[in-house]
Design a binder for this molecule. Structure first.
Ligand code: ZN
Length: 154
């Protein structure tokens, strides 16, 4: 286990991109313009995912994008994606955060999930990914939510 602790969990609706402006409560904007820009890169990345649950993640260091990755199916001896093209049931995948982090580390990571219409959905890292993110020394996680975005400060 990591000696670090998640010091703050903050989930509030924010404006991500103009097409969702009507749905957002702009009184609760918490992302800087740079953070919004970076999260939008993660959103566009997620749209490229081959998985039925489309995730994207980018590793950022000193404000620069260092690595970009989508989630990706992985083979399983008992089950492969081709067994179930409808995306139902358990399908094993590499998570986007893990793939992005495997290439390079940074100080923050942006994670997005989109639905089939490209609308952001909750993409808070799972427990396994969050533990890896903490252990790797990241200081901040920014992720999409249905209403906007959330942040975790480590
Ligand atoms: Zn995960």
């Amino acid at each position: 286990m990591s000696s670090h602790r998640v010091s703050e969990l903050l989930i509030r609706p924010v404006l991500i991109r103009p097409s969702y402006k009507e749905k957002q409560n702009t009184k609760h904007l918490i992302l800087s313009n740079r953070e919004k820009s970076l999260l939008n890169i993660a959103i566009r990345t997620a749209e490229d995912s081959e998985c039925s649950s489309q995730h994207g993640a980018i590793v950022v260091k000193a404000g620069r994008v260092m690595s970009i990755a989508t989630n990706r199916y992985r083979n399983c001896p008992e089950f492969t994606p081709s067994d179930n093209p409808e995306g139902k049931g358990t399908i094993f995948s590499y998570h986007a955060e893990t793939r992005a982090m495997s290439r390079v580390l940074g100080d923050s990571i942006y994670v997005a999930r989109v639905n089939s219409s490209g609308a952001p959905r909750l993409s808070m890292p799972c427990d396994n990914c969050l533990e890896s993110i903490i252990d790797a020394g990241f200081k901040k996680v920014v992720f999409t939510t249905t209403n906007g975005a959330g942040k975790i400060f480590i």
